[in-house]
Design a protein around this ligand. Structure first.
Ligand code: ADP
Length: 261
């Protein structure tokens, strides 16, 4: 338990550091992109220039994406939370999941009836699940199974003794489990660190789990990794139950558009 507290303090500190760097980096990047635009206009017709500018813009684009993931980790990214039914969201992802995982991975879903809602940014949850699916795929080069399940979870004092960072209460639990190669305890201990990766250069950025961690924390949720080398990995995401009134999206849209009229 104490090690877990230390771990979350470390991630907190890393988040501050990463957030600071990402901000300054973003400002510099904005200057580079603006200058590039001017250069491009001035250099119109100069042989080779167009191509160079395009390649520089491509790199700036990739750098901007990295910065966004760092900001997500440092929890400085603005979120757009709404009442979300995780089952609906997971069903909506099934096609893209199939394509991401390829034919060698079998996908199984166990979606609980009467699942509670949670108040989170749905796009970020999709992003997080896709990140986890990509990790699962990479851990199963020979193929395997990906299991996504949901359930209502009541966290009580007993659980708290083992996981002191989790507030007791009602949560929606989303588990993403694979039958892949798993993580050694050393890898598991560093898996959330930004830029920590065991993948070859060009394949991993080490920002996937950091981003997921940042999003979950920013949503007042929790996440845990259970992993066993040679057997597989299970990532569990807990999001607080949404107790507010549930209006269907259609009604909300209608209300919003009547305000606009
Ligand atoms: P990346 O995927 O770019 O390496 P992540 O932050 O998503 O970055 O993951 C960090 C590391 O954690 C990975 O390089 C890998 O070693 C380990 N890891 C993450 N997910 C899994 C998984 N499902 N099974 C085994 N190892 C994993």
């Amino acid at each position: 338990a104490e090690a877990q507290l230390r771990q979350s303090q470390k991630l907190e500190a890393l988040g501050h550091l990463a957030g600071g760097i990402a901000h300054d980096f973003n400002n510099q990047l904005a200057v580079i992109v603006a200058s590039l635009n001017i250069l491009r206009r001035r250099a119109e017709g100069v042989p080779g220039c167009e191509e160079l500018c395009r390649s520089a813009e491509g790199s700036a684009d990739r750098a901007a994406r990295l910065v966004r993931r760092l900001l997500a980790f440092s929890r400085e990214q603005p979120l757009d939370p709404k009442a979300v039914d995780p089952n609906e969201l997971i069903e909506g992802l099934s096609q893209i999941l199939k394509r991401t995982l390829g034919a060698s991975v079998e996908i199984e879903t166990h979606l609980a009836d009467g699942l509670w809602r949670t108040y989170i940014d749905g796009h970020e949850l999709e992003n997080a699940l896709l990140n986890l699916a990509v990790n699962a795929r990479d851990a199963m080069p020979q193929g395997g199974r990906l299991i996504i399940s949901t359930e209502n979870a009541v966290i009580d004092a007993r659980y708290r003794a083992k996981h002191p960072d989790v507030e007791p209460g009602q949560y929606v639990l989303i588990s993403v489990t694979d039958t892949g190669e798993g993580m050694t305890p050393l890898v598991a201990a560093r898996a959330f660190d930004p830029f920590f990766t065991t993948k070859p250069v060009g394949k991993g950025t080490g920002l996937g789990l950091s981003q997921v961690h940042g999003f979950v924390k920013q949503s007042n949720g929790h996440l845990k990794i259970y992993s066993e080398p040679g057997r597989g990995t299970s990532v569990k995401l807990l999001f607080p139950r949404f107790l507010g009134e549930v209006s269907s999206t259609k009604e909300t849209d209608a209300a919003a558009s009547s305000l606009l009229l």
